[in-house]
Design a protein around this ligand. Structure first.
Ligand code: ADP
Length: 153
């Protein structure tokens, strides 16, 4: 199985990294796709988010990082991915993710979405809360990889 893991990663958190690591043990290859995400008004620019993801996953042999701005299913096809990898933290994620997975399955018949439940220690962790803590001068080192903490602190 080759998985595409799309997201905004503004910034990558330990929750994202956990999904990538677990996905990489289940799949032959994981392609992390950093979305331009203009509609979400990301704080970090696209290149900074891409570079951080690339640095963080560098030690994991079967993971690569790409930038994308378009349809997730089109990118998946382009990279030969046969599933989309997503993380689920709580019921709120489920509503949104089920809608996305349903639309992607219609757009690309046969494209499965593989959901991994967030680890219990990461269920309350979101990139937006990390950005908030960092903006207020708080310590984010428990929530993000070292490379991210170094850039945001
Ligand atoms: P998007 O803009 O596509 O929601 P995000 O970068 O916010 O992108 O999230 C990408 C994926 O990672 C989503 O499937 C999201 O549910 C999941 N995710 C986010 N935070 C965590 C976490 N703490 N633990 C596990 N999965 C997470």
């Amino acid at each position: 199985m080759i998985a595409l893991y799309p997201g905004t990663f503004d910034p990558m958190t330990n929750g994202h990294l956990d999904i990538i690591q677990r996905g990489a043990t289940l799949c032959t290859r994981v392609i992390v796709a950093v979305a331009k995400g203009t509609h979400k008004h990301p704080q970090l620019d696209w290149t900074a988010r891409f570079n951080l993801c690339r640095d963080v996953v560098a030690p994991i042999e079967n993971v690569q990082v790409v930038q994308f701005d378009g349809l997730t299913v089109a990118l998946a096809k382009q990279h030969g991915a046969n599933c989309i990898l997503r993380g689920l933290r709580h019921a709120g994620d489920f509503e949104y993710e089920a809608e996305l997975a349903g639309m992607n399955a219609v757009l690309s018949p046969g494209m499965e979405t593989l959901f991994l439940l967030a680890a219990p220690s990461h269920r309350s962790l979101s990139a937006s809360v990390v950005r908030d803590i960092a903006a207020k001068g708080g310590d984010i080192r428990a929530f993000v990889p070292k490379q991210v903490a170094d850039v945001l602190s």
